[in-house]
Design a protein. Structure first.
Length: 162
Protein backbone atom coordinates (compact mmCIF):
# COMPACT_ATOMS: atom_id res chain seq x y z
CA UNK A 1 0.00 0.00 0.00
CA UNK A 2 1.28 3.42 -0.82
CA UNK A 3 0.39 6.94 0.18
CA UNK A 4 -0.51 8.55 3.48
CA UNK A 5 -4.25 7.87 3.15
CA UNK A 6 -3.68 4.14 2.69
CA UNK A 7 -1.80 4.14 6.00
CA UNK A 8 -5.15 4.82 7.70
CA UNK A 9 -6.83 1.65 6.45
CA UNK A 10 -6.30 -0.91 9.21
CA UNK A 11 -6.19 -4.56 8.23
CA UNK A 12 -9.15 -5.24 10.57
CA UNK A 13 -11.47 -2.71 8.91
CA UNK A 14 -10.98 0.18 11.30
CA UNK A 15 -10.34 3.66 9.99
CA UNK A 16 -7.24 4.91 11.81
CA UNK A 17 -8.14 8.53 11.06
CA UNK A 18 -10.82 8.33 13.77
CA UNK A 19 -8.50 6.77 16.37
CA UNK A 20 -7.56 8.98 19.32
CA UNK A 21 -3.95 7.77 19.16
CA UNK A 22 -3.68 8.80 15.53
CA UNK A 23 -5.55 12.08 16.07
CA UNK A 24 -3.41 12.84 19.12
CA UNK A 25 -0.40 13.02 16.82
CA UNK A 26 -1.87 16.17 15.30
CA UNK A 27 -3.24 17.94 18.39
CA UNK A 28 -1.55 21.02 19.72
CA UNK A 29 0.66 20.19 22.69
CA UNK A 30 -1.95 21.27 25.28
CA UNK A 31 -4.69 19.14 23.77
CA UNK A 32 -2.33 16.19 23.32
CA UNK A 33 -1.28 16.40 26.98
CA UNK A 34 -4.92 16.62 28.10
CA UNK A 35 -5.94 13.62 25.96
CA UNK A 36 -3.00 11.54 27.19
CA UNK A 37 -3.79 12.43 30.82
CA UNK A 38 -7.48 11.63 30.32
CA UNK A 39 -6.45 8.16 29.19
CA UNK A 40 -3.86 7.69 31.92
CA UNK A 41 -0.90 7.75 29.51
CA UNK A 42 2.19 9.83 29.01
CA UNK A 43 2.58 11.82 25.80
CA UNK A 44 5.66 9.88 24.71
CA UNK A 45 4.55 6.77 22.87
CA UNK A 46 0.94 7.95 22.70
CA UNK A 47 1.15 9.01 19.07
CA UNK A 48 0.64 6.92 15.95
CA UNK A 49 0.71 7.42 12.18
CA UNK A 50 -1.73 4.66 11.20
CA UNK A 51 -1.84 0.89 10.96
CA UNK A 52 0.02 0.76 7.67
CA UNK A 53 2.48 3.57 8.35
CA UNK A 54 5.43 1.37 9.25
CA UNK A 55 6.42 3.69 12.07
CA UNK A 56 7.51 2.13 15.33
CA UNK A 57 5.62 4.25 17.82
CA UNK A 58 2.24 2.70 17.25
CA UNK A 59 0.02 2.02 20.30
CA UNK A 60 1.11 -1.20 22.03
CA UNK A 61 -2.06 -3.08 21.04
CA UNK A 62 -1.58 -2.09 17.42
CA UNK A 63 2.16 -2.73 17.39
CA UNK A 64 1.61 -6.38 18.29
CA UNK A 65 -1.56 -6.81 16.20
CA UNK A 66 -2.03 -10.44 15.17
CA UNK A 67 -4.68 -9.40 12.63
CA UNK A 68 -2.31 -7.07 10.80
CA UNK A 69 0.47 -9.69 10.98
CA UNK A 70 -1.84 -12.30 9.45
CA UNK A 71 -2.87 -9.96 6.59
CA UNK A 72 0.78 -9.12 5.99
CA UNK A 73 1.71 -12.80 5.94
CA UNK A 74 -1.01 -13.42 3.33
CA UNK A 75 0.06 -10.39 1.31
CA UNK A 76 -3.31 -8.65 1.53
CA UNK A 77 -3.98 -5.07 2.67
CA UNK A 78 -7.09 -5.93 4.72
CA UNK A 79 -9.05 -8.93 5.96
CA UNK A 80 -11.96 -8.33 3.60
CA UNK A 81 -9.80 -9.80 0.85
CA UNK A 82 -9.00 -12.98 2.74
CA UNK A 83 -10.43 -16.34 1.62
CA UNK A 84 -11.09 -17.12 5.32
CA UNK A 85 -13.11 -13.91 5.94
CA UNK A 86 -14.58 -13.62 8.50
CA UNK A 87 -12.30 -15.68 10.72
CA UNK A 88 -12.52 -16.40 14.43
CA UNK A 89 -9.76 -13.88 15.21
CA UNK A 90 -11.81 -11.07 13.60
CA UNK A 91 -14.99 -12.16 15.38
CA UNK A 92 -13.17 -12.18 18.73
CA UNK A 93 -11.78 -8.70 18.03
CA UNK A 94 -15.25 -7.49 17.05
CA UNK A 95 -16.64 -8.60 20.40
CA UNK A 96 -13.80 -7.59 22.72
CA UNK A 97 -15.86 -4.90 24.47
CA UNK A 98 -14.66 -1.88 22.47
CA UNK A 99 -17.63 -0.15 20.86
CA UNK A 100 -15.67 0.97 17.79
CA UNK A 101 -14.78 -2.66 17.02
CA UNK A 102 -18.42 -3.73 16.58
CA UNK A 103 -18.66 -2.56 12.96
CA UNK A 104 -15.45 -4.11 11.61
CA UNK A 105 -17.08 -6.94 9.65
CA UNK A 106 -19.57 -4.52 8.08
CA UNK A 107 -16.76 -2.11 7.25
CA UNK A 108 -14.65 -4.87 5.71
CA UNK A 109 -17.58 -5.89 3.50
CA UNK A 110 -18.06 -2.26 2.43
CA UNK A 111 -14.34 -1.93 1.83
CA UNK A 112 -14.32 -5.05 -0.33
CA UNK A 113 -17.28 -3.74 -2.39
CA UNK A 114 -16.21 -0.09 -2.70
CA UNK A 115 -12.45 -0.48 -2.92
CA UNK A 116 -9.98 1.25 -0.64
CA UNK A 117 -10.04 4.68 -2.30
CA UNK A 118 -13.83 5.10 -2.14
CA UNK A 119 -14.06 3.52 1.32
CA UNK A 120 -11.35 5.81 2.71
CA UNK A 121 -13.02 8.89 1.19
CA UNK A 122 -16.28 7.86 2.87
CA UNK A 123 -14.53 7.38 6.20
CA UNK A 124 -12.94 10.83 5.97
CA UNK A 125 -16.44 12.31 5.48
CA UNK A 126 -17.96 10.11 8.21
CA UNK A 127 -15.47 11.29 10.83
CA UNK A 128 -15.50 14.99 9.98
CA UNK A 129 -17.64 17.70 11.59
CA UNK A 130 -19.59 20.10 9.36
CA UNK A 131 -16.98 22.74 10.26
CA UNK A 132 -14.28 20.57 8.66
CA UNK A 133 -12.57 19.38 11.86
CA UNK A 134 -11.85 15.64 12.02
CA UNK A 135 -12.84 13.85 15.20
CA UNK A 136 -12.35 10.54 16.98
CA UNK A 137 -14.65 7.61 17.67
CA UNK A 138 -15.47 8.85 21.17
CA UNK A 139 -15.45 12.66 20.96
CA UNK A 140 -18.93 13.88 21.79
CA UNK A 141 -18.52 17.52 20.79
CA UNK A 142 -16.36 19.09 18.11
CA UNK A 143 -13.14 20.46 19.63
CA UNK A 144 -13.23 23.27 17.05
CA UNK A 145 -16.84 24.52 17.01
CA UNK A 146 -18.57 22.70 19.91
CA UNK A 147 -21.20 20.99 17.74
CA UNK A 148 -22.48 17.61 19.03
CA UNK A 149 -20.87 14.82 17.00
CA UNK A 150 -22.15 11.55 15.53
CA UNK A 151 -19.66 9.44 17.47
CA UNK A 152 -19.97 6.29 19.54
CA UNK A 153 -20.45 8.49 22.61
CA UNK A 154 -18.23 8.59 25.65
CA UNK A 155 -15.39 6.05 25.68
CA UNK A 156 -16.53 3.35 28.12
CA UNK A 157 -12.91 2.52 28.99
CA UNK A 158 -12.32 5.91 30.59
CA UNK A 159 -13.43 6.11 34.19
CA UNK A 160 -14.60 9.57 35.35
CA UNK A 161 -12.41 11.14 38.01
CA UNK A 162 -13.98 10.92 41.46
Amino acid sequence: MTGKVDELLAACGLYCGACYHYRASFYDSGRLSAEAARRGRVVEGFTCRGCRSGTLYIHDGCARCAIRACADEKGIPHCGLCAEFPCGRLRAFQHDGRVHHLEILTQLERLREAGSERWLAGQVRRWQCACGESYTWYEETCPNCGTPLDSYGADPTIKPHS
